[in-house]
Write a protein that binds this ligand. Structure first.
Ligand SMILES: CC(C)(COP(=O)(O)OP(=O)(O)OC[C@H]1O[C@@H](n2cnc3c(N)ncnc32)[C@H](O)[C@@H]1OP(=O)(O)O)[C@@H](O)C(=O)NCCC(=O)NCCS
Length: 172
């Protein structure tokens, strides 16, 4: 059975494990590299995970199948635009893809962003990652800005599109 929940205080090692797996298996999808992540100190992982465990500035969600972590997302307040939350690190393990898990992880991001008072969610995707661009569009994001490397996408919280995204899930 799949379960998705926010990370808890002290779970930095769980976060490190799933993030390192994502970076190792799907390096093309992320700005950070597996090697750079390996060099991070335990203190940095702990600080990041603990800050994401409570409050409305940042959150990390982890999906589990049985007891095993199989998905991840991180969402942060944009320091320059108070009403925007930015989603990063979205990842579903290869064996769990195409089952709706990515959407369910985004539902957690959307619910948290909504209840934390944000008005829109931003995602930045490498232009080469066509699957992720399609995935976000399918979820209700729209392309906003595209340069030679990245596409910036946004979803208005409370817009018809995002309401549809949540309703569609409720029917499943
Ligand atoms: C992107 C990713 C998170 C999607 O996860 P997933 O669990 O396979 O996605 P889901 O099964 O929840 O949903 C996929 C939905 O996106 C749609 N989709 C997938 N690829 C698509 C594409 N190329 N174009 C359009 N829609 C696409 C599917 O049709 C499906 O919608 P449906 O249920 O209406 O048919 C996953 O592929 C992944 O982890 N990729 C590697 C890491 C990555 O690229 N992360 C994003 C970094 S920006």
């Amino acid at each position: 059975m799949i379960k998705i929940r926010r990370i808890r205080i002290g779970e930095f090692d769980l976060y490190r494990k799933v993030r390192l797996r994502a970076l190792k298996e799907d390096s093309y999808a992320f700005c950070a590299t597996y090697e750079s992540a390996l060099e991070r100190t335990e203190e940095k992982w702990r600080d990041q995970a603990d800050k994401a465990a409570e409050g409305s500035d940042q959150a990390i969600f982890i999906a589990f199948c049985g007891g095993d972590p199989v998905g991840l997302s991180a969402v942060y307040k944009d320091k320059r635009k108070e009403d925007e939350a930015e989603v990063f690190q979205v990842w579903v393990s290869a064996e769990s893809r195409g089952t709706g898990l990515g959407k369910r992880i985004m539902d957690s991001v959307l619910e948290w962003s909504k209840s934390s008072g944000y008005k829109r969610i931003i995602a930045t995707v490498a232009n080469t990652n066509k699957k992720a661009i399609g995935f976000y569009e399918n979820y209700g994001f729209e392309k906003k800005l595209e340069d030679s490397e990245e596409t910036k996408m946004a979803m208005e919280i409370g817009s018809k599109k995002s309401a549809h995204a949540t309703r569609a899930r409720a029917r499943v």
